[in-house]
Design a protein around this ligand. Structure first.
Ligand code: PLP
Length: 428
């Protein structure tokens, strides 16, 4: 994968070799960049890029036009640094939305922005995990793996994560769902925080309300925060196809983002947490980047104030991805007919997680074979940060992004199904 520059020639610190050496997420973003640059040559079903949804783009263009037409607003949007917690007007609008829609008892002191939610995770995981005073080491518990590849390398300390193998529920011959296996979870002193993505990247799993309730209770009992990564979730872009309740209390750290709505380039993450955590986020922002960028807030403030962002999420974005999920499952199910395969029930986000239990090669080898045929997916083994135990399952899955245009996804899925059939048939 990828052609990232190596840093092995230059002597660097332990921090340098950790953060600047080739990582799964670095390779993934590199592949994504090259595929987008090459245009039509590569079918990119790999990265986490959202679709360019026409109606979303139209509204964003309208916001930008309004901004360009207002001299004072434009001057301030591009000409001023925001405070380290981020743009005040945007924070006020988000705060009001969360109070009114969900009844949460929060104020603006409970919200900070970051340059994409990815940098929020960098700060949070290193706040709650790593070496504490008196040399005590704490870890971040991921109670349900597979989990987001982007968490893997953010720890300044080695082995920052401890992950729990999930329960597997077969819903029918070809559809399954992961559950949190609470019997395997034992939270000791060494755990500094719990984190889940909901919906989960890579599987499209949405943790049930009861799983979230149980995790919340466990976290509060241990006096450690529960971090909920809502990059695809509530209140926006709300790419959730099941029933799920939004949850927040002052022990929850809720991470939201403008990216999956269709604005990954503006790099705007939103953290909702207890004010002490928010103060620390703001301080870290100041050190790392002075202030979060202001273009995301400039585009989105009015959308949030008017609640148009909720209408877009509910009436445009969610049905857009749900239709794609249904089509992708139907196509794969038809084209893999007669073979051994399992698809995780797509409950949200925009990925299909395909489990090929009897695959005679590893998913990394399958990735290479697909790449040679011009189709990029992500091999599953990257999505198990913190799960040290030997588990064949890690090498039996691939993640497929179905956000691209229907024609591209259809062509990509056909190649994937054909290649899987070849691999299975040749091994007989
Ligand atoms: N969390 C999850 C689960 C993701 O999939 C991503 C991006 O793909 C992020 C967080 C980070 O997104 P961003 O930094 O664009 O907000």
């Amino acid at each position: 994968m990828g052609g990232l520059r190596s840093v092995t020639m230059v002597e660097v610190s332990k921090f340098g070799s950790k953060i600047a050496r080739t990582s799964g997420i670095g390779q993934l973003m590199d592949d994504l960049g090259s595929a987008l640059a090459k245009g039509g040559d590569v079918i990119m079903l790999g990265g986490g890029n959202p679709a360019h949804i026409r109606e979303v783009q139209r509204q964003c263009r309208q916001s930008l036009r309004r901004l360009l037409d207002n001299e004072a607003d434009f001057a301030s949007a591009v000409g001023d640094y925001d405070p380290p917690a981020g743009n005040r007007e945007f924070i006020e609008a988000v705060c009001e939305l969360l109070r009114e829609e969900f009844g949460w008892d929060i104020g603006t002191e409970n919200i900070a922005l970051t340059n994409g939610s990815q940098s929020a995770f960098f700060i949070l995981f290193n706040l709650f995990g790593g070496v504490f005073e008196r040399g005590v080491k704490k870890k971040i518990l991921l109670p349900l793996t597979p989990e987001y590849i982007g968490y893997s390398e953010v720890g300044l300390d080695d082995e920052l994560f401890v992950a729990i193998r999930p329960g597997i529920q077969h819903l029918d011959d070809h559809i399954f769902k992961y559950n949190v296996d609470f019997d395997r979870i034992d939270i000791g002193e060494e755990i500094g925080a719990i984190c889940v993505s909901r919906p989960t990247n890579p599987t499209g799993n949405v943790l049930t309300d009861s799983e979230i309730k149980q995790l919340d209770e466990m976290a509060r009992l241990r006096d450690i925060p529960l971090i909920i990564d809502s990059a695809y979730g509530m209140p926006f872009p709300n790419i959730i196809f099941t029933q799920a309740k939004p949850v927040w209390n002052n022990n929850t750290v809720l991470c939201m983002s403008l990216s999956k709505l269709g604005l990954p380039a503006v790099r705007t993450g939103i953290v909702v947490a207890d004010k002490e955590v928010i103060n620390m986020m703001a301080q870290a922002n100041a050190v790392m980047s002075l202030a979060p960028g202001g273009m995301g807030p400039a585009i989105a403030t009015e959308l949030v104030r008017s609640r148009e962002i909720l209408r877009l999420s509910r009436d445009v974005i969610k049905p857009f991805y749900q239709a794609k999920a249904t089509a992708a499952v139907a196509q794969l199910t038809a084209q893999l007919d007669g073979l051994d395969f399992h698809i995780h029930k797509p409950e949200g986000a925009f990925f299909l997680w395909l489990w090929l239990e009897k695959l005679p090669i590893t998913s990394a080898e399958l990735y290479e074979r697909l790449k040679a045929r011009g189709v990029i997916v992500v091999p599953g083994h990257y999505f198990f940060p913190g799960l040290c135990e030997d588990w064949k399952h890690k090498d039996q899955c691939i993640r497929i992004n179905y956000a691209q245009d229907d024609k591209i996804v259809k062509a990509g899925l056909s190649v994937i199904a054909e290649e899987i059939r070849r691999v299975y048939t040749r091994s007989k």
